[in-house]
Every structure is written in structure tokens, then in C-alpha cells.
Ligand binder design. Structure first.
Ligand code: SAM
Ligand code: SF4
Length: 334
């Protein structure tokens, strides 16, 4: 079946929600080993199990044909995948808003090319402004490199840059105000993320390190009064504005705020597993379809349509019973 004869009706699940947003993981590998994301010693996927750049493109194009309007590239660290820019350049030609989540370490090399390829916005993870602590939290990362990456992104001219900070009690929650100040000075947005129980982590109990968005919002409001913004991403984020700054402050709260009824997103792991919900294991093996019927866009399309039948209504995270989801975040595509 030629691509042109394929149905372009939107992807709508059993609960009437339309999928318009794809988070596509382009690698499970990373140059960092953040404590909340990976174990210290990780085994990464053998190459044969990973989708090729061509296969990743075909998956993205199939979703776009079916009405996906936004694609976020993630990982692992997307910018450590060899030749990833060739994929990004192709995706930049699709009628879709293309955005990227990165740890920032490779941005000094790639920021300009990303803007040129059509990437409009980047999210850069930053959990601490203290070099030693940054190294402890990322196990292998160097703060200086990431700060250079942030500066490269500012110079490159993305429409928006957002920092992502996972807040862990006793580890970096005392830096929240400094991080907001850093974002304000750089004209960046910042989101604080509640840690999610993905994968078994031995170093800290998730419940002990849990820091709720409500707590953080109260803390930040004590210095910078926050006004709730009407912007809504159909996800777990809530955004606030400050009267004296263009920077926005967001809170990503999978625990304290239920967002499932507005869910508009799915994820595809780099193995080609289509995950219908971050907090559930329901998935479809797109790699099997891609490799069993190479070049058959109709089969891939049908797999997406069929998947809508198993998208769960909501996620169930419970901090007292960990881990509920055995895959790590780098496998999930954060
Ligand atoms: N390597 C890139 C980065 O760090 O931005 C992209 C992938 S990373 C998995 C995407 C986001 O997920 C990052 O902002 C990271 O902080 C966040 N993350 C990782 N593990 C998490 C967890 N267990 N709970 C909440 N957020 C997590
Ligand atoms: Fe790597 Fe991002 Fe996971 Fe940190 S959060 S280990 S940077 S994939």
C-alpha cells in the first residue's frame, strides 16, 4: 500500500482521547548515570534490538500521518546516538512540532544544527548548580559541560529553553530557589519534577526522597509570587508565571495531580515498544511489525490503530510499593 492511500483519521482511544503527542526514544544509552534514572552498572541493549534511524523515522512518520502534532525526542541521551542529526534533519521536514529533551552535555556541539534542523524548543536537565553535588547526582556528569551546553543553546536561538529538575529530599531541594534564580537570569523556563518509581534503585527509598510539587510551589511563592498560567500540555505539567520575569515555573506531578483524563500522548522506546501509558506495562511491539513487513506502511499504521484499544484509562503509582514498573526511565523515554 502506498503511503498516499493510507487512512489519516486521528488516533482516538476507547476513552475518547486523541493521541497528538509522541515521545520517541532514540537510544537507551547515556553519558550520565543519574541516580533516579539508572543503576550504576547498566546493561544497554544490543544493537540488533535497537530500531535503526530509518525505522525510527518510519514510526514517527506513521504517527504524524495519523494526526500527531508534536514529537519529543528523548532517551537515554538522544544526542549520544551516532548520526542522530541525520534523523533529526529528516524529522524536521515533517509537519510536526519537533522538540528535544537532553542532559545538555552535547549541546555545545549540536545546538546550532538542531535549530537549523527545525527543533523549536529544548528541555535541558539540571538538578544542581554545585559541581560536586551535580557529579554525585549524575554519577559521571560534569556541571561545567552542561552549563556550556545551556549557554550554547541560548546562543543558538531556540524559541524556548526549559530546565528540568528532579527534586529529591535531602539531596537538592535546598537549591530550588537558586535554580529558579538561575532560570530567571538566563531567560529560561524551569520545571520541577516529582520523582517517579521506575526501575529498582538501591540508593534511596522513593518515598523518603519524595518532594511534592505543592511543597515546592509554596517555597518558591515565598520569594516569587506565582500566578497560574492557562497553558496546558495535556500532561502532568502545570505552569506558573512571575510578575517580573518572562520565565515560567512548571511542576510535573505524577503523584499529586492526576492528569490521565486529558492524556494525549504515547511513547515509543528505542526497541520499538509502543507504550500506551507511562505508569502501566501495556505495549505493542512495533519493531516486530517493522521487521516482519519491511516497508509496509499499512501494517505499521494498522498496529497504531489497534493499539488505541489497549491504552489504559489511568496510571497507578504508589510510592509505598516500589518498584511498580520495572523498566528504568532511560528505557522508557522520559
Ligand atoms: N537524557 C535526557 C535528560 O536527562 O534530559 C533525556 C532523557 S531523561 C530520561 C528525561 C527526563 O526524565 C529528565 O529530565 C530526567 O531528569 C527525568 N527522569 C529520569 N528518571 C526519572 C524518574 N525516576 N522520575 C522522574 N523523572 C525522571
Ligand atoms: Fe541519562 Fe537523562 Fe537518565 Fe540522566 S536522566 S541518566 S541524563 S537519560
Amino acid at each position: 500500500m502506498s503511503d498516499r492511500t493510507l487512512n489519516t483519521d486521528p488516533l482516538i482511544d476507547r476513552f475518547g482521547r486523541q493521541v497528538t503527542y509522541l515521545r520517541l526514544s532514540v537510544t537507551d544509552r547515556c553519558d550520565f548515570r543519574c541516580v533516579y534514572c539508572m543503576a550504576e552498572k547498566m546493561e544497554f541493549l544490543p544493537r540488533a534490538e535497537v530500531l535503526s534511524l530509518e525505522e525510527l523515522y518510519d514510526v514517527a512518520a506513521a504517527f504524524v500521518r495519523r494526526g500527531v502534532r508534536k514529537i519529543r525526542l528523548t532517551g537515554g541521551e538522544p544526542l549520544v546516538r551516532r548520526d542522530v542529526m541525520t534523523l533529526i534533519e529528516r524529522l524536521g521536514q515533517l509537519p510536526v512540532e519537533l522538540v528535544l529533551t537532553t542532559n545538555g552535555s552535547q549541546l555545545p556541539v549540536h545546538a546550532d544544527a538542531l535549530v537549523k534542523a527545525g527543533v523549536k524548543r529544548v528541555n535541558i536537565s539540571l538538578d544542581s548548580l554545585n559541581p560536586e553535588r551535580f557529579h554525585e547526582l549524575t554519577r559521571t556528569g560534569r556541571l561545567e559541560k552542561v552549563l556550556d551546553g545551556i549557554e550554547a543553546a541560548r546562543q543558538a536561538g531556540f524559541e524556548r529553553i526549559k530546565l528540568n529538575t528532579v527534586v529529591l529530599k535531602g539531596r537538592n531541594e535546598d537549591e530550588v530557589l537558586d535554580l529558579v534564580e538561575f532560570a530567571r537570569r538566563g531567560g529560561l523556563d524551569i520545571s520541577f519534577i516529582e520523582e517517579m518509581p521506575l526501575g529498582q534503585i538501591v540508593e534511596h527509598g522513593r518515598a523518603e526522597s519524595f518532594c511534592s510539587s505543592d511543597e515546592l510551589r509554596e517555597l518558591i511563592s515565598s520569594r516569587y509570587p506565582l500566578v497560574e498560567s492557562t497553558e496546558n500540555t495535556g500532561g502532568p505539567s502545570r505552569y506558573f508565571r512571575m510578575a517580573d520575569s518572562a520565565s515560567r515555573v512548571g511542576f510535573i506531578s505524577p503523584h499529586s495531580h492526576n492528569f490521565c483524563s486529558e492524556c494525549n500522548r504515547v511513547r515509543v522506546t528505542v526497541e520499538g515498544r509502543l507504550l500506551l501509558c507511562l505508569g502501566n506495562e501495556h505495549s505493542v511491539d512495533l519493531r516486530d511489525v517493522l521487521r516482519r513487513y519491511p516497508g509496509d506502511a499499512g501494517k505499521l499504521d494498522q498496529a497504531l490503530v489497534d493499539a488505541m484499544e489497549i491504552k489504559p484509562e489511568k496510571h497507578e503509582f504508589d510510592l509505598d510499593q516500589e518498584p511498580q514498573i520495572l523498566r528504568f526511565m532511560n528505557m522508557t523515554g522520559g
